[in-house]
Design a protein around this ligand. Sequence first.
Ligand code: BV8
Ligand code: ZN
Length: 255
Amino acid sequence: MEPLVLPPELCRRLRDAERVVAFTGAGVSQESGLATFRGRDDALWQRFRPEELATPQAFERHPRRVWQWYASRFGTASAVEPNPAHHALVRFADLFPSFLLVTQNVDGLHQRAGSRGVVELHGTLRHARCHACDRRMEMRDAVERSPEEPPACACGGLFRPAVVWFGEPLPLAALERATTAAAGADLLLAVGTSATVFPAAGLIELAHRGGAAVIEVNPQPTAFSGLADLRVTAPAGVGLPALEAEVRRCRRAPS
Ligand code: BV8
Ligand code: ZN
């Protein structure tokens, strides 16, 4: 990737930035070997339509099929490692007085890389929860106990992955935390997201309207590329370390 050169104005804004939000999607885990949802030809949704699998209706109609898809995704996510993009985001947290990592991903790789206080807008594959009574258990135990079909809960309901499906509300506390941080941010990094799923994707516009500088790290353009102050058109595992070097250079600059 050609060396990143930040326009002086952006360098100044990075130097003075205090409140930073990183907003990530499936693209940040792509270099770990996890398929994304859209874009690439190995995208998950190419093989399955979201309506078929990532909805409560799909689970109620085909519990075994939906459970097996998530059990397999849990296995895959457990078998891969965080990549340089995840590790760069851990280091970003030390560059600014206030840093919040908000992810749409359910793979837990940010936490495994060492990121703390991660806001998971779309839930997590690490846990299963009862579709009827919300009781929780570790996904590892649930899949071990019942790889082929959703385990039954003592209440008679079925366990499902603790992710947010289409048509389901996002966890209120997570959404409020992310919304407040984005609205008050000086800088928002949008990394590896097609920004097509709402209300999560609305965070980018919200930050921009609140006066934040927006930097997009994505090899492809997205619907929000037009409002980005900088586009790093590279894989996140390459683009984020390069951006980190530039941020360090700008923040050493005399204020
Ligand atoms: C809800 C969890 C209402 C499960 C997922 C407006 C407002 C509110 C809702 C809507 C609205 N318009 C439409 C809706 C409905 C819907 C929606 O947004 N639909 C879309 C398809 C139009 N939203 C919902 O249903 C949400 N719920 O609003 O409920 C409500 C309120 C009250 C009461 C009842 C109901 C729930 C949405 C959550 C769905 N769950 N996932 C699971 O993971 O299986 S969504 C799924 O898509 C994942 O979470 C994923 O993260 C997310 C977004 O995808 P991305 O992460 O961006 O990934 P994608 O593959 O799309 O893009 C990857 C990008 O990376 C690409 O741009 C690619 O170029 C780039 N890339 C590739 N390689 C790299 C890279 N970048 C960097 N480096 C690389 N190496
Ligand atoms: Zn139950």
